[in-house]
Design a protein around this ligand. Structure first.
Ligand code: IDP
Ligand code: MG
Length: 138
């Protein structure tokens, strides 16, 4: 069993499709073992995406991530980190496979509906950034 960190992003909360996304997560066999709706502040968004600080899209990304509420989640399952990356689909929805969250719901490469951790180390870091251990109930 493994845990990964997920965000349902502002484009999705704004369009009221958090339930549709959770349905795809649960249909994939992953379990939502922690979840809360929050509004990120600028400091949180900058810190969360700090690895992208040199990218041309960084400022836009921070503005977008703070524009509307998000839903932060911990997902568990076998091989959850890689599994959720598959369920999400490619970063750019134009390249995402049929049936993935991003193929079904993303608007464009920035407003791509979901985040998922990309490594064990980052999953640990991202989960503890948003959740206390007693908020995670498997
Ligand atoms: P990921 O979310 O699939 O892991 P990353 O490369 O880590 O993709 O990028 C983080 C986020 O930054 C993306 O999910 C997307 O919201 C945004 N992003 C990535 N590449 C671009 C781009 O080329 N233009 C605009 N936004 C981008
Ligand atoms: Mg990433």
């Amino acid at each position: 069993m493994q845990e990964t960190f997920s965000i349902i992003k502002p484009d999705a909360t704004k369009r009221n499709i958090t339930g549709s996304i959770n349905m795809l997560i649960e249909k994939s066999g992953l379990r939502i073992i922690a979840q809360k709706r929050i509004k990120l502040n600028k400091d949180q968004a900058v810190q969360f995406y700090i690895v992208h600080k040199e990218k041309s899209f960084f400022n836009d990304l921070v503005d977008y991530m703070t524009s509307e509420p998000v839903v932060v989640q911990v997902l568990s399952g076998e091989n959850a980190i890689e599994r959720y990356r598959e369920v999400m689909g490619a970063t750019n929805p134009e390249n995402a496979e049929e049936g993935t969250i991003r193929k079904q719901h993303a608007l464009n490469v920035q407003e791509n509906s979901v985040h998922g951790s990309d490594s064990i180390e980052n999953a640990k870091k991202e989960i503890s950034f948003f959740f206390k251990s007693e908020e995670i109930v498997g």
